[in-house]
Design a protein around this ligand. Sequence first.
Ligand code: CAA
Length: 256
Amino acid sequence: MPELIKIEQTGRVVLVTLNRPEALNALNSQVMNELATELKPYDRDPNVGCFVITGSPKAFAAGADIKEMSDKDYMDVFHEDFFAGWDAFAKLRTPKIAAVSGFALGGGCELAMMCDIIYCSESAKFGQPEIKLGVIPGMGGSQRLTKLVGKVKSMDMILTGKMMNAAEALEANLVARIFPDDTLVSETLKIAETIAGFGKASTLLARESVERALETSLQEGILFERRVFHSLFATEDQSEGMAAFTEKRKAAFKGR
Ligand code: CAA
């Protein structure tokens, strides 16, 4: 049983709540390992269509665990390949939505950016304050933040350690929508249900195609998209989705 994350499945949506309130959900190795191992079976389950990752009202996550890191030296982090374990979370294929209230700092901001969509509440504060600790982002922040908000805003955050509030994060395209604090999770779950209600193959492949845009040239990306589009004509969900439109009824996707 996981100790530092809570997992609740309702229908096709899995809500994952970071649960280390005494440390503002600081992300230690145990949290990383629990996210990597506990979510894998859900990821592979055709009956699960979306993850929602959230924290507490005060903190989504206040960063990697500074106390766990502080005594490590270069050879420790090098041999452990420290933080490489986060790739398993980032690589989950099922769509992941981060629902962020309060602090999303350092690794917390990076964890949110590993998700496919970020929604936040009015209290959210995003930041990459690692520079104040004598280091730099280590869970992908310098790369993902730059791809999301562009060089200038990314430099501003990473070089000064300043935080972005919810309105600034929306304006910078870091988050997709802002909700009131008390409805953030319920509104996010509703959107997750919508996503999870579509065919799982098309949803996973749509996600993979958008991700590909960040990794490759336009022509290669368009070719990838077209091949994926063709492949979906081998699914029952494509026949069902198009038949339902013609017959003016709601599609009943089976994930096949
Ligand atoms: N690691 C370990 N413990 C943390 C933590 C972190 N990242 N953030 C907060 N905590 C702990 C505090 O030490 C404190 O514990 P104690 O009660 O045992 O002292 C508890 O959580 C509550 O925190 P505060 O008392 O500091 O709460 P606050 O409301 O006064 O301040 C805060 C909130 C501004 C977020 C402040 O806690 C803070 O600055 N935290 C560190 C933020 C940070 O630097 N994050 C980056 C970490 S490095 C990183 O993430 C590297 C990477 O790229 C992956």
